[in-house]
Ligand binder design. Structure first.
Ligand code: SF4
Ligand code: SF4
Length: 330
């Protein structure tokens, strides 16, 4: 059956287009809230250093908990995606990445790339992928290009380019230069959300179309990334494949009442040590880094009006009514 965008309106299932992505628990791990940048659109709680870096001993202990639960009990691949603040600034980042590798996990960083090329050259062998985010207010453009080339040659690289509507044309020109210089990387021009919440800034239709046109999917190394695109499937088999950003831009990110694999396919470690199923916080706190943690064995019922971030959109969800009808329970 050909793709049909009407499948997006009330899908029975939203699942990963690549089946192997469903077998990965992606741990979105905020190591702290210190950052070497202070972007104007970033809430201060995400970069002001008000929370100390997490202790390496607590981190390494939790790596063992993850291995027992997700690899042992659930038979999943663990992929750690470290964020911050700026995760490359954690004083023990080399050790954390080496210990993750020793446990058979995969690791990547979401980073502004602000550290030296020598630093990145040193830790590149410990990384399985990298998401670089270009923030035009602080990025050293020439050095960013050098770093992107270095990383793209070593691992799958995705580049997010944040594009503020007030500086749209200037940032778009930079984005096109990055795109030409680093052909191996996938690229997303990201609509910014006000205060990093659920509502995007007021982009014109033309700006949205140009952002989509300048973005491109995975390059030749991209097949090992932990996440890709999602496929929405209606009860009658109509289906449509979409990028997470497209769900956000079109407002088709509302799955209240769906059964969601948050906590099975995803985990969120907050900078203050709280452990949640996903960024949304549905299902409540599972425990704390350095203390007891009760990791889930089953999915959770979504009680939110909107699924507000890309990481949460990239989790399998099933309409419980359609699920019951399919299994003869309704
Ligand atoms: S680089 Fe990221 S964490 Fe740091 S200030 Fe900018 S948006 Fe916030
Ligand atoms: S808001 Fe949370 S529970 Fe709801 S669909 Fe998104 S990730 Fe799942």
């Amino acid at each position: 059956m050909p793709e049909d965008l009407s499948a997006l309106d009330r899908p029975a299932t939203v699942r990963h287009a690549e089946p192997e992505h469903a077998g990965v628990v992606l741990v979105d791990w905020m190591l702290g809230n210190s950052c070497n940048y202070a972007c104007s659109y970033c809430p201060s709680a995400l970069h002001d250093g008000s929370i100390r870096w997490q202790a390496a001993t607590d981190i390494l202990r939790f790596l063992d908990v993850l291995r027992r639960h997700y690899c042992g009990t659930l038979g999943r691949q663990v992929w750690l995606q470290f964020t911050g603040g700026e995760p490359s600034q954690h004083p023990r980042i080399d050790t954390i990445l080496a210990e993750a590798r020793a446990r058979g996990f995969r690791s990547s960083l979401i980073s502004n790339g602000g550290r030296t090329l020598r630093f990145w050259d040193r830790i590149a062998p410990l990384l399985d992928g990298m998401i670089l985010t270009y923030h035009d207010e602080f990025a050293d453009h020439a050095r960013f290009l050098d770093l992107a080339v270095l990383l793209a040659e070593a691992m799958p690289l995705h580049i997010n380019i944040t594009i503020h509507p007030d500086r749209f044309d200037a940032i778009l020109a930079r984005a096109l230069e990055i795109s030409e210089t680093v052909p191996l990387a996938s690229i997303s021009l990201k609509p910014l959300r006000i205060g990093f919440g659920t509502d995007p800034y007021a982009y014109t239709d033309d700006q949205r179309a140009r952002m989509q046109a300048a973005s491109r999917g995975a390059g030749p190394r991209g097949t090992t990334a932990p996440r890709g695109v999602m496929c929405a499937i209606a009860e009658d088999g109509r289906h449509a494949v979409q990028k997470a950003a497209a769900f956000l831009l079109t407002g088709r990110n509302r799955w209240h009442g769906y059964l969601c694999e948050a906590g099975i396919e995803s985990l969120r470690v907050h900078a203050d040590g709280r452990i949640l199923r996903a960024t949304c916080g549905v299902g409540g706190t599972l425990g704390r880094l350095g203390g007891p943690v009760d990791l889930p064995l089953s999915p959770v019922l979504c009680d939110r009006d909107a699924c507000g971030c890309v990481a949460d959109i990239l989790i399998t969800k099933r309409d419980i009514g359609a699920l019951n009808r399919a299994t003869g329970l309704a």
